[in-house]
Design a binder for this molecule. Sequence first.
Ligand SMILES: [Zn+2]
Length: 221
Amino acid sequence: MTRVSQSLSLKPKGPKAFLRRHVTKKRSLIAVILSFAFLFLCGVTGAAGHMADKMILYMHVARLYARDPDTTLAMPLKDVKKSQIANTWGAPRGEGRAHEGQDIFAPKGTPVLSATTGYLVKIGEDNLGGHVVSVIGDGGRKYYYAHLDSFAPNLEVGDYVTRKTVLGYVGTTGNADGTPPHLHFGIYTTTGAINPLPLLVDRPQEKPIALKPEPAKKKRR
Ligand SMILES: [Zn+2]
């Protein structure tokens, strides 16, 4: 056995071996040319570029699944306090449906901030939610923001968001039509919806900046 593996590990010599090495070189050259052609096509068509973007997003999201989920979530509406939310988790919503989230009421047009860091996986519409945004955060949790009046400008699927990112604005789209404007905030884990309320934490009140007189400039020496 030892002798066989030894003889196998030896570098082949002679014209045949030279030919084999030459073929391998040729093959890697073809691979390089094909990669360049692919990249060139990406640049020209943009289609493959879109595919590449999707691949990158999948990779980001896969990495998020490996992390522990957030233990606290920032209030999506800056000036609303947790104590102002009436707990409606699990409340009946007709047709045997239960409320899978919390409703946070605020005037139409109030900015909706991301409660977590993560990647934007959906900006679009659905029947119940109207204009909706979905963000995947740590632990692969999906955060669902619904009934938005409109989306934040320049937002794209695949964008990385933080707790300071504006996702959209409070509205009454979807089945919230005719109700007071509110954000429906939902959390979906890999095993189903969970109540967002125990995890929500008030955002710190922004202190007004005290205007100080500018100090006199010191002369440079
Ligand atoms: Zn709701």
